[in-house]
Ligand binder design. Structure first.
Ligand code: PEP
Ligand code: MG
Length: 362
């Protein structure tokens, strides 16, 4: 595992003295978290939890949960995932020590969890001891034409609050375990994806806070956690003052925000954007560098509205842009508290944050 030492380490230490922005990392394994800490990450800005659900040992239980007819069946399926999910977070909290760790509840389209092939459906039907035709019909019913704009993010939790209950339990129990066994002052931050309306955030908050506070009270351990949201849907930037009533932090998800502001798919835009550069319609890829006139303007509005409502709201960014120098400078100018990027971009972000502070000295 590479480390920053010698002259490079010294340069980074100078950068750290000058920069105002904190630099966190996007990491969802203890290994990535530990690597990022070596590169100077000051926390996790985004722990995506989806890969944990796609794991081969877990996907059957996830499918059982989606397909289930009753709440009991769904809860039973989630019970199977809970111990593994708790271990995931224990590893991450231990790697991060007393640095803040933002964990995002499940985000991907439900669609992606569905069994695809006939064989998969057959196997699941036999595992679940249900009728094949019935299962196939259910899968058809759940398929979507436009999953990225469909049943994903917080909408999953509105449909299946049990997911938020299980994940909150895993996060809080892991935090308590690490605090008790290692004496580490763990700082979990629970983040909700794809919020577009304050009522979504309030509805889920009721669930999260109830589960978390009951576990904390029962444990007798003193544990503080934050509750906050991604800002990644254009509407969320427009009503950020309302959203701030229910959120202790905002994290800009500029991947989705760019996709939805331009109205083009982050997965497919590459296919036609090349023509835009060749024909000089665009000079930069808006998925790489924040488009200051559009996406950036929405971010600015959200910062002003959010801070207007809650002066101490914590503000960060966890889209890919968080490790791109011109975007880091923009975040500095906006007055964000931190940027978060993939582990190998952390040193770049530290330098860019220092450069931004030097260039914009008054
Ligand atoms: C984003 O949308 O910018 C984000 C960080 O979330 P994801 O890339 O997981 O959708
Ligand atoms: Mg997103």
């Amino acid at each position: 595992e590479p480390e920053l030492s010698g002259h490079f380490g010294k340069l980074m230490a100078w950068a750290d003295e000058i920069r105002r922005l904190k630099v966190r990392t996007n990491a969802d394994t203890p290994r990535d978290a530990a690597q990022a800490v070596k590169f100077g990450a000051e926390g996790i800005g985004l722990c995506r939890t989806e890969h944990m659900f796609f794991d081969e040992s877990r996907i059957p239980a996830v499918r059982e949960m989606i397909i289930a007819d009753s709440l009991e069946q769904r809860k039973a399926a989630l019970e199977k995932i809970l111990p593994m999910q708790r271990e995931d977070f224990i590893g991450i909290f231990e790697a991060m020590g007393d640095r803040p760790v933002t964990i995002r509840l499940l985000d991907p389209p439900l669609h992606e969890f569905l069994p695809q092939s006939q064989e998969d459906i057959k196997k699941l039907a036999s595992d679940m001891k249900i009728d094949y035709d019935k299962l196939r019909a259910r899968v058809e019913e759940l398929k979507e034409f436009n999953p990225m704009l469909g049943h994903r993010g917080c909408r999953l939790v509105i449909t299946y609050p049990e997911i938020a209950e299980m994940q909150t339990r895993a996060i809080i129990e892991a935090a308590i375990h690490v605090k008790k066994s290692k004496g580490i002052d763990v700082k979990p931050e629970i983040m909700i994806p794809l919020i577009g309306d304050v009522k979504e955030l309030a509805y889920i908050k009721n669930i999260v806070v109830k589960v978390a506070d009951d576990i904390i009270e029962e444990s007798g351990v003193e544990l503080k956690y934050l509750y906050g949201t991604m800002i990644e849907i254009p509407r969320a930037t427009l009503v950020a003052d309302e959203i701030a009533k229910e959120a202790e932090f905002f994290s800009f998800g500029t991947n989705d925000l760019t996709q939805m502001t331009y109205g083009f798919s982050r997965d497919d835009a590459g296919k036609f954007l090349k023509e835009y550069y060749d024909k000089k319609i665009f000079d930069k890829d808006p998925f790489q560098a924040i488009d200051r006139k559009g996406v950036g303007k929405l971010m600015k509005m959200a910062v002003e509205l959010g801070r207007g409502e809650r002066t101490n709201i914590k503000l960060g960014i966890c889209g890919e842009h968080g490790g791109e120098p011109s975007s880091v400078e923009f975040c500095h100018m906006l007055g964000l508290d931190y940027v978060s990027c993939s582990p190998y971009r952390v040193p770049i972000a530290r330098l860019a944050a220092a450069q931004a502070a030097i260039s914009n000295r008054d």
